[in-house]
Write a protein that binds this ligand. Structure first.
Ligand code: HEC
Length: 121
């Protein structure tokens, strides 16, 4: 016969198992989104922003690696809607779905970055 303490431990263990499974499921969904983002980043964005998101082909092209995820999502949505105007990024963002944007933002936000601003002397 189970006493109260054993039942409570068993209950705690079951809660732990269920919440771990939920955590693993949500982690792998996020991994899948970021993996899709990496594939698109390598195929499309790397040609201008650099393969690591950190070595753009021109100093006027922003680094994306290590940028805040919400900043990246907002920038891409704004280019797509026309709220932020730039001829190059307007065309780059047109074909992106909201899921593409989330994946790209996950991917770039988690890359090691060197975002910094050089101050004038
Ligand atoms: C042909 C070159 C080119 C390609 C390809 C390109 N970009 Fe850009 N991107 C730029 C330029 C140039 C800017 C700066 C635009 C501006 O001044 O608003 C920029 C800006 C951005 C910004 C704003 C960053 C900031 O710091 O404000 C984001 C986010 C971005 N690009 C994401 C992407 C993603 C994601 C892709 C791939 C789907 C991509 N870009 C493909 C040239 C490119």
């Amino acid at each position: 016969m189970l006493n109260t303490s054993m039942m409570s431990k068993t209950f705690t263990f079951v809660v732990f198992l269920v919440s771990s499974a939920a955590f693993v499921a949500s982690a792998s969904a996020a991994d899948a989104t970021a993996a899709a983002g990496k594939a698109k980043a390598d195929a499309v964005c790397a040609s201008c922003h650099g393969k690591d998101g950190n070595t753009p082909i021109d100093p006027s092209y922003p680094k994306l690696a290590g940028q805040h995820r919400d900043f990246l999502v907002r920038a891409l949505l704004d280019y797509k809607s026309g709220a932020r105007k730039n001829a190059i990024m307007a065309s780059q963002s047109q074909a992106l779905s909201r899921a593409d944007i989330d994946g790209l933002a996950d991917y770039y936000a988690n890359l090691p970055g060197s975002l910094q601003v050089a101050m004038p002397k």
